[in-house]
Unconditional design. Sequence first.
Length: 120
Amino acid sequence: METPMRCEPPAFETIFRIPGEHRLESDGMLGRGGRVFGLCWFHREYDRRDRLVARYETYDEVGADGASRCGWRRYDEAGRLTLGHEVGMRWAALVESLSRREAETALQHPQGAVLDAIPA
């Protein structure tokens, strides 16, 4: 049976590359236990004029296939998936194998990357 996260979650502003003039607000967290373990965090990004720019979901889980993974997805203000990144291990394992800073960098998307393959 999978154990809960053994370390603090990532610095979401860092992994999403939130500009300094924007703010990121938490929109809650969900968890599930058992054989298919998972944690999911939800965030909203606002610009300096308080306009919604994006929504994010970040996950740390063991799927039904038994594979560990952590990652995130970014949706634009209309709800379309625009970016995402996934690493093939749990967040705690990533932090244990690297420094926390290196783990957060590994979880970031490549600078300027876009997901062209995602259908609208």
